[in-house]
Ligand binder design. Structure first.
Ligand code: SF4
Length: 230
């Protein structure tokens, strides 16, 4: 497995956004780590591969954003990427800060906000490197495994059939057990339009990105480049 980057004070991130409604249950704060050495063929997030890209998010700033999200009734945090374990110290620090803030929160709902992390590492890779894998210890649920374009799935929030939803805490089991085998008719996808950029948030099925692109063209939006084509 590739070497680890960065310290525990800050993460390099591609994006922070809320509400995310397509990567985990309810309304969530989403943090996408920047940098991924795994290079899965068919990855829709190639813009997150370069470890020097994105921007810095300090743990202190993250705690502020998460505190505000909790006060606003958010249901959970989703950390995706990129590959969060490529910045394991920062991931551990963010999860620790998220847990500390939710424990301090005034409402029971905020204290029950869950922490979900996506990693491309396979379960056997996690088992072989417990020091790095321990960065996931603060998560209530973890979705593991590379994206494999040749193994499509209808399972909620998973991009390919090999990916596993690993429930790690009582809160994780309570919140996610109903979704272990849940296969929604259509995955929820969010299309976020910002200045000069269109981002798709969620886990599309084969053909979904092409359909979104054609719909954008129909509405007069032409994509000069996309993060899902080499
Ligand atoms: S699918 Fe995830 S793990 Fe695979 S290359 Fe893309 S960002 Fe990395």
């Amino acid at each position: 497995m590739a070497g680890l980057n960065g310290g525990a004070d800050a993460a390099r991130v591609a994006q922070v956004y809320r509400p995310v409604t397509s990567l985990g249950p309810g309304r969530r704060l989403g943090v996408w780590f920047q940098g991924c050495p795994l290079a899965c063929p068919g990855c829709m997030s190639r813009h997150t591969w370069d470890p020097a890209g994105g921007r810095e998010l300090t743990v202190g700033r993250f705690a502020e954003l998460w505190r505000a999200a909790l006060a606003d009734g958010i249901d959970g945090l989703t950390v995706s990427g990129g590959e969060p374990l490529a910045q394991a110290p920062a991931l551990a620090a963010l999860l620790a800060a998220a847990d500390e803030e939710r424990r301090r929160a005034g409402s029971a709902a905020a204290r029950a906000a869950d922490l979900l992390v996506y990693t491309g590492w396979e379960p056997e890779e996690l088992a072989a490197d417990p020091a790095t894998a321990s960065a996931l210890d603060g998560a209530d649920a973890v979705i593991t495994g590379r994206y494999r374009a040749g193994q499509p799935t209808r399972l909620a929030w998973r991009g390919s059939a090999n990916q596993r939803l690993d429930l790690r805490t009582a809160l994780g089991r309570e919140r996610y057990a109903p979704y272990l085998d849940h296969r929604p008719e259509r995955p929820e996808l969010q299309v976020q339009v910002t200045e000069g950029e269109v981002r798709v948030i969620g886990v599309p099925r084969p053909g979904d990105l092409g359909r979104i692109e054609r719909e954008l063209v129909r509405r007069g939006v032409t994509l000069r480049e996309t993060s899902w084509r080499p």
